[in-house]
Design a protein around this ligand. Structure first.
Ligand code: IPE
Ligand code: IPE
Ligand code: MG
Length: 234
């Protein structure tokens, strides 16, 4: 059985999970943090090379301030609670997205997580936070335009590989499998460039109910897929 090298997850459904239980939305995000801990461990154990999770989108700022700050507080808590074990498991943490506008303590926690795990050689665990696929593409275009304006780059030499090298995911393989929990059939601005040939798997299960067994189900489905990349079967 094949294990996808790069699994990316849209961790959706926290709010609905909480609402159905008569709880406030933030309780759903809290419960989601527990799922995340187990899924990171499972990916590490299965030998997945890269796990990317969508934690906060560039559009999620539209939510009430209490929810937004609650989510960032959870990031602080996650790092405080998990960093030791992640280090012990040789996990390397990366942030995809612009962490600058985050509240100071969240930004600090994010930087600490990245810095203290940067030499680890196991699972690469990417947290997409204040991430948007379109913002990432615009940023890459700007970086290349700057080099061209400075005379260091011939625009005619820009190709897909060069463009990809300016994305947050520069040295990472594209996701093989994108899982979305919570049932919505859309990507919501996640990995817009990188998802070109990703296999999509949507489950109605809300993120707080997503377990390593359900992850395995998704991987099993992935293994039954025929990835043609525009070609035809041999
Ligand atoms: C996903 O869960 C987590 C974030 C977007 C931060 P939601 O909060 O979107 O949960 P639903 O979709 O409202 O149930
Ligand atoms: C996508 O979920 C973002 C994250 C999971 C972080 P949303 O709940 O924000 O997406 P929409 O609004 O349903 O498209
Ligand atoms: Mg949602």
């Amino acid at each position: 059985m094949n294990v996808p090298a790069h699994i990316a997850i849209i961790m959706d459904g926290n709010g609905r999970w909480a609402k159905e239980k008569g709880m406030v939305r933030l309780k759903g995000h809290q419960a989601g943090m527990e799922s995340l801990r187990e899924i990171v461990r499972a990916c590490s154990d299965k030998g997945v090379k890269v796990l990317t999770v969508y934690a906060f989108s560039t559009e999620n700022w539209k939510r009430p301030i209490e929810e937004v700050s609650g989510i960032f507080s959870l990031l602080v808590r996650y790092v405080a609670k998990e960093l030791k074990e992640l280090n012990a498991n040789n996990v390397q943490i990366r942030m995809l997205g612009d962490i600058d506008p985050l509240p100071a303590d969240a930004k600090k926690a994010a930087q600490k997580a990245v810095d203290s795990t940067k030499d680890n050689t196991g699972l690469i665990f990417c947290i997409a936070i204040n991430y948007g696929g379109r913002a990432e593409i615009v940023r890459a275009a700007r970086l290349l335009a700057k080099q061209a304006a400075e005379g260091q780059l011939d625009p005619a030499s820009i190709d897909e590989a060069m463009f990809a090298s300016q994305l947050y995911t520069a040295d990472l393989p594209d996701p093989d499998l994108i899982i979305r929990t919570g049932g919505e059939m859309r990507l919501s601005n996640f990995l817009t460039w990188q998802s070109a040939y990703s296999e999509l798997y949507v489950t109605d299960t809300y993120w707080p109910d997503f377990t390593p067994d359900k992850l395995q189900e998704a991987i099993d489905v992935f293994n039954g897929r025929d990835r043609r990349y525009g070609g035809i079967k041999a």
